[in-house]
Design a protein around this ligand. Structure first.
Ligand code: IPE
Ligand code: IPE
Ligand code: MG
Length: 246
């Protein structure tokens, strides 16, 4: 049976978050520099977006660049930023045709101006779309996001707009980059690394975690389907007891 036919369309995760990892190792295996791997990661993104849209996933978040990734050599960071501009420019028309809305989370002010501009245009062009929301996390880290939210809330407390006792999960969530977006149901990290690396720490509280060994540039629809099939085998209990009760 085709992999896709094994998927129960009644139980598709609403939000899938992906830590795209392994580009450098993929390039090294081929005797090339790290940027060769990043370039080949774009095809994996394209395939994943198509597979997710086709299955009816509503939100797809890609971790593309962390706040810590600024510490990489300048030549790699510069190439990544240029690749980002090129990828957004080349992919946005097709995303738009397929009903995809593009959004970005992270410290966008830290990005080169050209990147910010390209992103802004792509987000404006796709803002009316509603089939699938693709969120790209850029210069993002979860601790940065939580600190920023804390500062915004503290500002409202000191101005009297908010009372301390009014702070609840929803208030905090509404001050995060992901305000209004449901939490990820499934988190995929490629390349076999078993860590979260400062990604959506608050939001993945009850996500199902999946760590395939495939390096990101090799990730294809088949791997996405395998992730969904694995997700559908999991029993999500959210701290309750399994059904039926006894
Ligand atoms: C992920 O691949 C892409 C980014 C973090 C930008 P890596 O560049 O981390 O590749 P590995 O982990 O070194 O193989
Ligand atoms: C996480 O991957 C960040 C992105 C995929 C953008 P890293 O490769 O930067 O994470 P570590 O260093 O292995 O934890
Ligand atoms: Mg890595």
């Amino acid at each position: 049976m085709d992999l896709k036919d094994q998927i129960n369309l009644e139980n598709i995760p609403r939000h899938v978050a992906i830590i795209m990892d392994g580009n450098g190792r993929w390039a090294r295996q081929r005797g090339k520099d790290r940027n060769f791997g990043h370039e080949h990661g774009v095809e994996a993104v394209r395939e994943t977006v198509k597979a997710a849209a086709d299955l009816g996933v509503e939100y797809l978040t890609f971790f593309a660049f962390s706040t810590e990734n600024w510490e990489r050599p300048k030549v790699e960071v510069d190439s990544l930023m240029e690749l980002l501009v090129r990828a957004i420019r080349n992919e946005t028309p097709e995303l738009n045709e397929n009903g995809v809305r593009l959004q970005a989370i992270g410290d966008l002010e830290a990005l080169p101006k050209k990147c910010r501009q390209e992103l802004k245009e792509a987000m404006a062009m796709t803002a009316h779309n509603s089939k699938l929301t693709v969120m790209v996390a850029l210069s993002y880290s979860s601790r940065w996001e939580i600190l920023e939210a804390t500062k915004k809330i503290a500002g409202k407390i000191s101005s009297g707009e908010l009372k301390p006792e009014e702070i609840d999960s929803l208030v905090l969530e509404n001050h995060m980059e992901t305000a209004g977006i449901p939490d990820p149901d499934l988190l995929i990290r490629t390349s076999g690394e078993l860590r979260i690396s400062n990604f959506l720490l608050w939001q993945i509280a009850y996500a199902e975690l999946y760590f395939p060994k495939v390096l990101w540039p090799d990730f294809r629809k088949k791997h996405f389907y395998e992730a969904i099939i694995e997700f559908q085998k999991r029993e999500r209990r959210f701290g309750r007891i399994p059904q039926p009760q006894f």
